[in-house]
Ligand binder design. Structure first.
Ligand code: C2E
Ligand code: CA
Ligand code: CA
Ligand code: CA
Length: 284
């Protein structure tokens, strides 16, 4: 074996180096990406479990990096949060998604009222312009607040004080739905849910993953059943994410979940595809 210590070339790990360079490259390219129009949004349908009809879609941002190609949000959202770019980027996503939802309503009124879900970073939650920006975008584009759902992660709201909840309360009072995203990954006190201005509970994929196994662990079933009944008793609707199989969808429907999202129905994709899905649905 090589002697310990010595020079740093010996210690260099090529993989770590590549990651560091990539990370640095991303950090420097990120500030100009918005102005260059390098971001785009994919839409993943949300489906009513009762009848399989499309209820709306979640907007998921991607970045076409000039060198690295298309990057998923896990690669750059943390950087955008760190640098503060998430505020203008988040506003851009909201405006694009609201415009898209309005477009669906105008062009495909027969498909029923399609709703749009947009992710909100905790950094945006702390930004004083959140409520005013959201109101301005909805009014200018002409989408009713009830067609918008803002998704906030459970971890962002753990221990949130009243100052942090105030903007969410105001949006909720206007009719915007607030969803508690990635539910089941944090450690929030279930009783605490009453205090939050949320109307939707989004069960994380990890929560329902056990249902892909067969036979399903009865304890897993009991847990989901318990969460659903608690959510319903608090007047929250339940969305499950990461539904990958038909058996899973059926089971979650039987357990009383309201809405589902996942590869079983559709992967995230361009907005035109949602027209097709919704129309197929509306015409039987
Ligand atoms: P999320 O909000 O939990 O979004 C769901 C993620 O699960 C998406 O990953 C989606 O593509 C993926 N997914 C959907 N169905 C399935 C399935 O059946 N199986 C599996 N294995 N995965 C599925 P994506 O698009 O890579 O987004 C990752 C995360 O990035 C999102 O997690 C969200 O937290 C964040 N994100 C995406 N867009 C935005 C945005 O505009 N703003 C902010 N702040 N965060 C965003
Ligand atoms: Ca989400
Ligand atoms: Ca989620
Ligand atoms: Ca998740």
């Amino acid at each position: 074996a090589k002697s310990a210590g010595g020079n740093r070339f010996e210690l260099a790990d090529p993989e770590v180096d590549a990651r560091t360079i990539t990370r640095h490259g991303l950090t420097t390219a990120l500030p100009t990406a918005l102005a260059r129009g390098e971001f785009f949004i994919e839409y993943q349908p949300l489906v009513h479990l009762a009848d399989g009809s499309v209820s709306g879609a979640e907007a998921l941002v991607r970045w076409t990096h000039p060198q690295h190609g298309v990057l998923g949000p896990d690669r750059f959202i943390p950087l955008a949060e760190h640098t503060g770019l998430i505020v203008p980027l988040g506003r851009w996503v909201l405006e694009e998604a609201v415009r898209q939802a309005r477009d669906w309503q105008v062009k495909h009124a027969d498909a029923g009222p399609l709703r749009i879900n947009v992710n909100l970073s905790p950094v945006q939650l702390h930004h004083p312009g959140l409520v005013a920006d959201t109101v301005e975008i909805l009014e200018r584009i002409g989408l009713e607040p009830g067609a918008l759902c803002l998704e906030v992660t459970e971890s962002a709201l753990i221990g949130a004080d009243d100052d942090l909840l105030k903007p969410l309360r105001r949006l909720a009072e206007m009719g915007v739905d607030i969803a508690l995203d990635d539910f089941g990954t944090g450690y929030s006190n279930l009783a605490n849910l009453r205090r939050l201005p949320v109307s939707v509970l989004k069960l994380d994929r990890s929560f329902t993953q056990g249902m892909q196994r067969y036979p399903v662990d009865p304890v897993d079933l009991k847990i989901v059943e318990g969460v659903v009944s608690l959510a319903h008793s608090l007047d929250l609707s339940v969305t499950v994410e990461g539904v990958e199989t038909g058996a899973q969808a059926e089971q979650l429907r039987d357990l009383g979940c309201d809405t589902a999202q996942g590869w079983y129905y559709a992967r995230p994709g361009p907005p035109d595809r949602l027209h097709t899905l919704a129309l197929v649905d509306a015409t039987g």
